[in-house]
Design a protein around this ligand. Structure first.
Ligand code: FAD
Ligand code: NAP
Length: 337
């Protein structure tokens, strides 16, 4: 488990940004973490925890230690019809989804094909097609950076919100997640109401979908709509969908009656950031080495050779234009380093 100096992160972030870390260390177990934290380098440098690098934009070299979390392992326990699945933080998220779908453990199928690792799944409460990780989250184990102690977080401890958790808020940078336990079920409760799932099921003539049907349909929709990071660098949705007050929404609707909108908690209204960006003429726009994806304006892409600064500046242009036209402030979902 050596610390390696001046390590390239180009293949460790899905944007494919060519930057280096001052130090890099690969962590394969909780023991590795304890050992790494015994090194004097840890006290002298700032730290960045890296999973699959699929929600990150590097705007410069990282002047500190990158800890790449590669802790593997999947364990299963049954409680009546519930299945408790515990996975190491370094397991690839979509491998876990495929494993659970194949075994008939229901709950993760709508989250098929999301890049990244298990350990990052609670960080922004990953979500897609009407399901969020909080819906199946049981607990996680995390290493406290200040003390080296392991702590268990319950669902309530995690303070999950829309693409939010305590790990992005008041505990940011304080814990390293080592494993996550999900409460799944032998009895499927399929969620088909969201986005394009129903129309794709109709097209395939499937009336009573299994979890494996849902997983396949979600995969097909995602492949048709999103760029594959192995060929076009990107980090998925660059911005969060804005959630605004009913009053602000009423004003917006009087000027833009076609604005897509969805109810959000506490009487607020969620807007589709991709639509706002598209209305400003950005969809498929190429700007130097960067741009937005032709099928989804919410996804910023690296057309090859883009720097993180270039992508960041382009994102500023989008924020300004959307703010001018709609009076809505977009917030970045991607973590900027
Ligand atoms: P990284 O990008 O490596 O890290 C993200 C953040 O989590 C960083 O702050 C990092 O420090 C922290 N972190 C990572 N691992 C740990 C750990 N073990 N302990 C503590 N902190 C940690 N997201 C969605 O929510 N829904 C989607 O549908 C979705 N679709 C996507 C589609 C594409 C094509 C792409 C490229 C991205 C998509 N994303 C989506 C974003 C991304 O896949 C998720 O946010 C994912 O959970 C990030 O995982 P990661 O392992 O790559 O995390
Ligand atoms: P879409 O189906 O074109 O829908 C556009 C937006 O409308 C989505 O962002 C979604 O919000 C919202 N929406 C659609 N149907 C809804 C409903 N019935 N109720 C409430 N909100 C609804 O979106 P898409 O871009 O193809 O993405 C499909 C799903 O995958 C979405 O859930 C999206 O979040 C997820 N996804 C996320 C990322 C990421 O990086 N975070 C990347 C790709 C896809 P929500 O985003 O709140 O769900």
């Amino acid at each position: 488990m050596p610390f390696i100096a001046n390590y390239s992160l180009k293949n460790l972030n899905t944007f494919g940004i060519d930057v280096n870390a001052k130090w890099y260390v690969n962590i394969s177990s909780e023991e590795d973490l304890t050992e790494a934290f015994g090194s004097p380098l840890i006290k002298e440098n700032k730290l960045l925890v890296l999973g699959g690098g699929s929600n990150m934009l590097f705007t410069k070299d990282y002047d500190g230690i990158v800890l790449k979390i590669s802790i593997k392992g999947i364990e299963v326990a049954q409680q009546g019809t519930d299945i408790l699945v515990t996975a190491g933080a370094g397991e690839i998220w979509d491998h876990l989804v495929k494993y659970c779908v194949a075994k008939g453990y229901a709950g993760l199928e709508n989250l098929t094909l999301i890049p990244g690792t298990v350990g990052a799944s609670p960080i922004q409460n990953i979500g897609a097609y009407g399901v969020e990780i909080k819906d199946v989250f049981e607990s996680c184990t995390a290493f406290e950076i200040a003390t080296g102690q392991l702590r268990t977080f319950s669902k309530a401890d995690c303070e999950f919100g829309y693409r939010e958790s305590v790990f992005k808020g008041k505990l940011k940078g304080k814990y390293i997640i080592t494993s996550v336990t999900y409460r799944l079920s032998n009895i499927p409760n399929v969620q088909t109401h969201y986005g394009a799932i129903n129309s794709e099921l109709d097209r395939r003539g499937i009336e009573r979908p299994s979890i494996s049907d849902i997983s396949e349909v979600v995969a097909a929709i995602r492949v048709s709509k999103l760029p594959d990071p192995s060929t076009i660098g990107n980090a998925g949705s660059f911005f969060k969908n804005p959630v605004i007050s009913q009053q602000a929404f009423d004003e917006l609707l009087s000027r833009f009656p076609d604005t897509p909108h969805y109810p959000a908690p506490n009487g607020r209204v969620k807007l589709a950031a991709g639509w706002l960006i598209e209305q400003c003429g950005f969809k498929g726009l190429v700007d130097g080495h960067t741009g937005t994806w032709k099928n989804q304006a919410l996804v910023l892409v690296n057309h090859g050779g883009a720097t993180g600064q270039e992508v960041y500046r382009f994102s500023e242009k989008i924020i300004e234009t959307v703010q001018e036209k709609f009076g809505v402030l977009l917030e970045r979902e991607v973590n900027i380093f």
